[in-house]
Design a protein around this ligand. Structure first.
Ligand code: ADP
Length: 457
């Protein structure tokens, strides 16, 4: 078992990992930037080390500082959380070189999946259907037109190193393709230091469905249910739920099995997520990418199955293998997660950092809050704006929606605008209540959902 784990992250996920470590008797070391000295994870950990200034490139993205800190405190493991260096193959390798266990897959598995164009080939080789598109490798601009012609417009230009919807652009005509390919390359270069792009057929009427997997690194992989993350703005998830309310039992089974097969094909170690688009017109599924880390929305699965995914990550990294078998995974009821951001829904989701004058989180049966916030805490402007996740569980979807409404209505966050009014409004919409929406729905209907005025204290 691991003895002392350094958490190379901040915010709610750092708090989440600290809790899981503590339950397993593992000592915890927090790291923090100068802007985060007062963050909850710093207070909760057994030890805390300052790793640099506010800018992420000089702190949470600084592999040298993180590994140096881990060696200094004699940590035998590093948990990367999500974002920052969580899917950085070189960082995983550097941890190994420093004699520290990286809580996640090997650099080799990350490399196979981190380049999304390469991952398409790996998926196809494992027999998993991918979205029609370029043949796996990142292609140069000369080939773009031919590929687009072959698969048919509209096409989506995507960054091979992509994430968070960046470097992704639609093209409906050849002229748009050549213009937008340049913008996508520039955006990808700026965001990821890698300008490679690839093409996919644009699937207009789709749900985003993803499958949680756990692997022991020896080829044993189990699937732990799916999540539907189709409620998106700018290709970013805002609400996630499970199980997916619109797929058949047979399709669900196929998705689960394809995901486990893909993860097993790369001897996957740890927790990962295989993402698909389910084409609603054709009732067919297509692989889009694999995330080789714990995801923001992992609590949906934890509520549905009772499996503690972060605990499993730590046990696997400690050499204990998988603590459960496929037959032990049972899906019960319905779970929903709303991401609460420090953003003003009435002002085009403008970030709204600042001090929380008052903060009281909701509770009660089936309500879980993952957050690093407290009254008096100042949300810094330097990092992503998520301040909390509200996750509810109930026997069925309708009851889960009511539980979410009650929880959000009772969540007191004063001092800065948050997206709570937006979520409350979204929960009222007929499309959400009926479960009838696709990945485009929110973008097209945002004017209808958006609250009229922000709710500041
Ligand atoms: P990222 O890694 O940037 O998050 P993904 O490949 O995971 O990008 O896609 C994010 C979202 O973008 C999907 O959930 C979906 O809404 C949209 N998307 C991605 N690929 C396609 C596609 N081929 N057709 C239509 N929408 C897509």
């Amino acid at each position: 078992m691991l003895r002392r784990v350094l958490i190379a992250n901040r915010g709610e996920i750092a708090v989440r990992v600290i809790r899981a470590c503590r339950e397993l008797g593992i000592e915890t070391v927090a790291v923090y930037s100068e802007a985060d000295y007062d963050s909850l994870h710093v207070h909760l950990a057994d030890k805390a080390v300052c790793i640099g200034p506010a800018q992420a490139t000089r702190s949470y993205l600084n592999a040298g500082s993180l590994i140096g800190a881990a060696m200094y405190v004699k940590a035998d493991g590093i948990h990367p959380g999500y974002g920052f260096l969580a899917e950085n193959a070189a960082f995983s390798d550097e941890c190994v070189d420093a004699g520290i266990k990286f809580v996640g897959p090997t650099g080799h598995s990350i490399r196979q999946m981190a380049d999304k164009a390469v991952a398409r080939t790996v998926a196809a080789e494992a027999g998993v259907p991918t979205v029609p598109g370029s043949d796996g490798k990142a292609i140069d601009s000369g080939e773009l037109a031919a590929v687009a012609e072959k698969i048919g417009y509209p096409v989506l230009i995507k960054a091979a190193a992509g994430g968070g919807g960046r470097g992704m652009m639609l093209a409906e005509t050849p002229a748009q393709l050549s213009r937008n390919a340049l913008s996508a390359q520039a955006e990808a270069q700026a965001a990821f230091g890698d300008s490679s792009i690839y093409l996919e057929k644009y699937i207009g009427n789709a749900r985003h469905v993803e499958v949680q997997v756990l692997g022991d690194g020896q080829g044993n992989v189990i699937h732990v249910g799916e999540r539907d993350c189709s409620m998106q703005r700018r290709h970013q998830k805002l609400v996630e739920e499970g199980p997916c309310p619109v797929i058949t039992r047979a399709l669900r089974q196929d998705l689960h099995e394809a995901s486990a097969a893909l993860a097993a094909s790369v001897d996957y170690e740890g927790a990962g997520t295989v993402e698909f688009l389910v084409d609603l017109d054709e009732q067919a599924f297509h692989f889009i990418e694999m995330n080789t880390r714990i995801q923001v929305e992992h609590p949906v699965t934890e509520m549905l199955t009772g499996v503690d995914l972060v605990r499993e990550q730590l046990l696997i990294a400690g050499g204990e293998g998988l603590s459960l078998k496929q037959k032990d995974v049972k899906l019960r009821g319905h779970a929903i997660e709303c991401r609460i951001n420090a953003e003003d829904g009435a002002r085009n989701f403008m970030p709204s950092p600042g001090m929380l004058a008052a903060y009281v989180a909701p509770g009660g049966p089936g309500v879980r809050i993952d957050s690093h916030c407290y009254a008096g805490y100042t949300v810094p402007p330097y990092y992503d704006s998520m301040i909390a996740k509200v996750i509810v569980w109930a026997a069925n979807r309708a009851e889960a929606i009511e539980k979410m409404r009650t929880a959000l209505a009772g969540y007191i966050i004063d001092g800065i605008p948050s997206t709570i009014p937006f979520h409350l409004s979204l929960l009222e919409s007929e499309a959400f209540r009926k479960g009838k929406f696709n990945t485009q729905w929110l973008e097209k209907n945002i004017g209808q959902v958006m609250p009229q005025e922000s709710m500041t204290a």
